[in-house]
Design a protein around this ligand. Structure first.
Ligand code: FES
Ligand SMILES: [Fe+2]
Length: 446
């Protein structure tokens, strides 16, 4: 038994307000506790409704380390079921996605289940007569997760049966998702193809923290973005020459510290927050012809302007996704082990908007987030160096103290200087609370 085994309170104590112990990134037992508690008690993103548009469409993924299936039931509702046969545990689906028709059928002994998980049929069922099978959990079929919510097409689930409500968990942070969806003249998004997938040999929290780390772009991305800017300047083009879209995307990564200080960071309760309160690296993209007119048609001029003037940069939804409203992107950081994380970067199409917007979004994804990206590798190098460096003995703590001048209250929405590390502390505050959410220690404290 290691020092954290079965002891979420000991793990939660690894966050001390201004610092976190290295074990939160490197210890396999802490990782197991995160999967069991944090990822069970929080609301976790599963998928987008447009990934399962037809009845019987399913999408296999995971919530923490739990294999689950998002499926469109015959009523049109989306259900999230554990990907496990109630007979002997066999995974029901193995493909990433598909259509199962009116029911799932286990490949081992052919028990079948409706698409809401209910048991439909068992071959040679008379063998269970008078056995009391109907009194067992197995007879209820494929188990559903604790709670599911479809928020404007985004499917979130909470594994735990009891816990914080969707509204309390997200609160006003939903404004970032709203803005992303409102950018469609039809108020609807559709997933644009499969995600870019990229394996990282580091802890999942390093990636989440990086999403609001505004003191790294001009340093870590100097080799990629800095080189691009330098080469472009050497072309000596006239001031008013139109900037190629790729330059519009990459140049802002080299913005100076003041740009990031002034952009601002907003933090919400429960570990959510976003960079880019006042402006962001997405603020100065060229207008796409015809798009604004479409927005005005749908929303009226004032509202259309308000939607498009919101240029939030990265919004982190605790525990493990980030969205970029202005370019309709969602990245999910899928924890596989203490030192292994799969990143999936999705893009969405704004229904009824010009295709050029999707083209720009796809270009951003390829340039910044693809395994072949010139920017993503800079970050990957830093995470993997940190993962290795943290094994060095002699120094056990990681500092997250920038712009922290005293005790902080994370139950309030706060806007601050854009180079603060408050959002990282906010995440760890939520991490520690959801780690111990379902423990007697917390129940006693309430
Ligand atoms: S394991 Fe699924 S039917 Fe037996
Ligand atoms: Fe970066």
């Amino acid at each position: 038994m290691g020092k954290y085994s079965g002891n979420p309170a000991a793990a939660a104590a690894l966050f001390e307000g201004h610092q976190v112990h290295r074990d939160v990134y490197i210890d396999p037992e802490v990782f197991r506790l995160e999967m069991k508690h944090v990822f069970a008690n929080a609301w976790v993103f599963v998928g987008h409704a447009s990934q399962t548009p037809q009845k019987g469409d399913y999408f296999a993924t995971s919530i923490g380390d739990q294999p689950v299936i998002q499926v469109r039931h015959s009523t049109g509702d989306i259900h999230v079921l554990y990907n496990r046969c109630p007979h002997k545990g066999t995974k029901i689906v193995i493909d990433r996605q598909g259509n199962t028709g009116k029911f799932f059928r286990c490949p081992y002994h052919a028990w079948s289940f409706k698409t809401d998980g209910c048991l439909l049929a068992i071959p040679l069922k008379k063998g269970y007569a008078d056995t009391g099978l109907d009194q067992t959990e197995s007879a209820r079929g494929m188990k559903a997760v604790g709670a599911v919510r479809n928020y404007r097409g985004f499917i979130f689930a909470r594994l735990a049966e009891e816990g914080i409500s969707f509204e309390d968990f997200f609160g006003d942070s939903l404004s970032s998702l709203d803005n992303m969806v409102d950018r469609s003249p039809a108020g609807r998004l559709e997933v644009a193809g499969p995600p870019l997938r990229y394996m990282h040999h580091c802890n999942w929290k390093m990636l989440v923290e990086n999403q609001t780390d505004t003191c790294h772009p001009m340093v870590a991305h100097e080799s990629s973005a800095g080189t691009a800017v330098k080469l472009y300047e050497e072309l000596n083009l006239p001031e008013d020459a139109p900037k190629p879209p790729a330059m519009e995307i990459i140049a802002p990564f080299m913005s100076p510290y003041e740009f990031f200080e002034n952009m601002g960071i907003r933090t919400w309760p429960n570990g959510h927050g976003h960079t880019g309160v006042n402006h962001s690296i997405h603020s100065n993209y060229s207008r796409i012809p015809g798009y604004f007119e479409k927005m005005v048609e749908s929303y009226g001029e004032e509202k259309a302007k308000a939607i498009l003037d919101e240029n939030r940069h990265n919004t982190v939804y605790f525990p493990n996704i980030m969205i970029k409203g202005p370019i309709q992107q969602l990245r999910i950081f899928i924890p596989l082990a203490a030192n292994k994380t799969l990143v999936e970067s999705y893009i969405y199409r704004l229904v009824d908007a010009p295709d050029e917007l999707t083209a720009r979004t796809a270009m951003y994804n390829r340039m910044i987030n693809a395994p072949t990206s010139i920017v993503g590798h800079d970050d990957l190098e830093m995470y993997e160096r940190a993962q290795e460096g943290l094994e060095a003995d002699g120094l056990e703590w990681v500092n997250i103290q920038r712009l922290r001048t005293g005790e902080e209250d994370f139950s309030e929405e706060v806007v601050e200087n854009g180079t603060t590390e408050r959002q990282m502390r906010n995440q760890f505050d939520a991490w520690a609370r959801f780690m111990t959410w379902d423990t007697p220690a917390r129940e006693a404290a309430e």
